[in-house]
Design a protein around this ligand. Structure first.
Ligand code: HEC
Length: 127
């Protein structure tokens, strides 16, 4: 009986440890500091980002022009000096932040993982 309890506790601790590690790596995925942000340039990330953008962003944003849909057009967003509405520097970290903690009218999009956001930025880097 005691052994069974010990085994249960052992598994519980393992599970807790594993989920702790997972959330740590997820947090590390989206760097806060500009200097640590590496924009992905591989085809697979860009392609995934294109699909995710079509699913999650394109009803409000045109990635291929600067015309407004509901939100501003995002063509060449990473080549601009500032973001169109907030006028914050147009950096990958600020775009990532906009998705989770939007500046104004845009709804926060919480269901995207850090990985998804990095792929969307990889795609936006190509328009
Ligand atoms: C329901 C409509 C809607 C969706 C969906 C949406 N946006 Fe927006 N977005 C807006 C609006 C409106 C603004 C204008 C600024 C604001 O309200 O924050 C905006 C602003 C922005 C800006 C400029 C922010 C600034 O600081 O000027 C970026 C970059 C952006 N969105 C990226 C995205 C990305 C990437 C997605 C998909 C993951 C997305 N948006 C999904 C409506 C939307």
């Amino acid at each position: 009986m005691v052994d069974r309890k010990r085994i249960a506790v052992f598994f519980f601790l393992c599970a807790a440890l594993l989920s702790g590690c997972r959330s740590m790596t997820l947090q590390q995925g989206l760097p806060d500091k500009e200097s640590k942000f590496v924009v992905r340039t591989d085809e697979r990330s860009i392609e995934t980002g294109r699909l995710l953008f079509a699913l999650k962003c394109s009803r409000c944003h045109d990635p291929y022009s600067t015309d407004r849909v509901f939100g501003p057009g995002l063509k060449g967003i990473l080549k601009r000096a500032v973001l169109p509405v907030s006028q914050k520097p147009a950096t990958p970290a600020n775009i990532a932040r906009q998705i989770r903690h939007p500046f104004y009218e845009m709804p926060a999009i919480q269901e995207l993982s850090d990985d998804d956001i990095l792929d969307i930025i990889a795609f936006l880097n190509t328009t």
